[in-house]
Write a protein that binds this ligand. Structure first.
Ligand SMILES: [Zn+2]
Length: 258
């Protein structure tokens, strides 16, 4: 059992994943495994703890690929489907462990109640439906998962509030377009920063590559990884070559030890 945080990229793709169904775009047709990207999520593990950030539609596949046998909880960044659609597949963990803790902004909890009412409701449950333990995340209020403190980072995805998370020397921000100075201060000093970079062209609700690189300069971590990548960013190996020394493209199943 290791005390140090280990981060595994379960998925590094944007909402449709790469390849996109039916696409003939060269990046979608690439045979390089680093160009295959499941929907975005990371696994945080240390000691015997396993937490994930977001639970998208590829959650089942991601748990199988990493051979995860127990799950201590799910931290949500926001309610969009590519970050939440896998919730039903917590069933194998629920059957073994009971209610699975989730951590989310109250607006995200409300959205999950609407879309997964049969999971979040307390009474008259369908036999076999899983249950969760709801933990509401508030800005400027840190909370504890396992034995580690988590600091929520409040960012904007166009106009939608999204939470990033800092755990010790690791910070994770996805689906980000605007970050206030006060929030940047919360992640200054982080050794490893993960931030989303959708594509080369600007986008209304996501950092493009240039904006992500500017943001990384402001935070100045030892190392940064880009995630939530669309096929329009280009081939992994070609983009990787053009990045500053301390910045890398994340890829599925990459593990980093802090
Ligand atoms: Zn997303």
């Amino acid at each position: 059992m290791k005390d140090n945080l280990r981060v595994t990229f379960l998925g590094t793709g944007t909402s449709q994943g790469i390849p996109i169904i039916g696409s003939t775009h060269p990046v979608c047709l690439s045979t390089n495994t680093k160009d295959k990207r499941l929907r975005v999520s990371v696994l945080l593990s240390w000691k015997s703890y396993n937490y994930i950030i977001d639970c998208g539609p590829d959650f089942r596949q991601q748990m199988l690929l990493q051979n995860i046998t127990h799950l201590n909880g799910i931290l949500y960044t926001h309610e969009h489907s590519d970050h939440t659609a896998g919730l039903d597949d917590i069933r194998p963990f629920f059957f073994k462990q009971g209610d699975i803790p989730i951590y989310a902004h109250k607006r995200v909890v409300k959205s999950l109640k609407k879309r997964f009412g049969y999971i979040l409701k307390k009474k008259d449950k369908y036999p076999g439906a899983p249950s969760v333990e709801i933990n509401k995340v508030k800005n400027n209020h840190s909370f504890v998962i396992g034995d580690k403190e988590v600091i929520p980072i409040n960012v904007l995805h166009n106009k939608l509030q999204v939470f990033g998370y800092r755990v010790g020397d690791f910070s994770y921000l996805t689906d980000v377009k605007t970050v206030k100075k006060k929030e940047i201060n919360k992640i200054i000093g982080t050794k490893v920063l993960v931030v989303s970079a959708l594509r080369i062209d600007p986008h209304i609700s996501h950092f493009n590559l240039e904006e992500a690189l500017d943001f990384i300069k402001k935070v100045n971590p030892e190392k940064a990884y880009l995630t939530h990548i669309s096929h329009m960013l280009g081939f992994h190996d070609e983009v990787e070559k053009k990045l500053p020394k301390n910045v890398h493209l994340a890829y599925d199943n990459l593990t980093i030890n802090l």
